[in-house]
Design a protein. Structure first.
Length: 135
């Protein structure tokens, strides 16, 4: 079962960013798979690590574009990214230390945050970036 799917509803209208979002969703699905197939802790840690790294990479890419073109929503957008990254980092540490388990609640949180952020906060920059010729 696929845990989460990208659909046109999540498109921000900018190909390079849609591609990054699709990859992010693939990584969340990989983590879900690792959890539901009962993979070992080391395998789950690797997947989680990949997700955490790519999340930071994607957020940086968006923030660089916002800064480069002077997007007015930069500060609040960046703050949302930071809050999420902190949550992922805390979870990763807790998981590695054996204090937190990878649960469906954690997976639902990752999925819901990602969908809501793309659908609201990311989509809010669509017209601005498109008007700057970003593809
Ligand atoms: Fe995004
Ligand atoms: Fe974003």
């Amino acid at each position: 079962m696929v845990f989460m799917t990208w659909s046109g509803y999540l498109s921000v209208g900018i190909e390079q960013i849609d591609t990054q979002h699709k990859h992010l969703i693939d990584l969340i699905n990989a983590l879900y798979d690792a959890m539901s197939k009962g993979q070992g802790k080391a395998a789950m840690e690797n997947t989680l690590d990949e997700l955490a790294k790519y999340t930071v990479e994607h957020f940086s890419a968006e923030e660089s574009l916002m800064q480069k073109y002077g997007y007015s929503g930069y500060q609040t957008h960046k703050a949302e990214h930071e809050t999420f990254v902190q949550k992922v980092v805390d979870f990763k540490k807790g998981f590695e230390a054996g204090k937190i388990l990878l649960s469906i609640e954690v997976m639902n949180f990752l999925r819901d945050w990602t969908v809501n952020h793309i659908a609201d906060t990311d989509k809010a920059y669509s017209q601005f970036f498109i008007s700057k010729g970003i593809k």
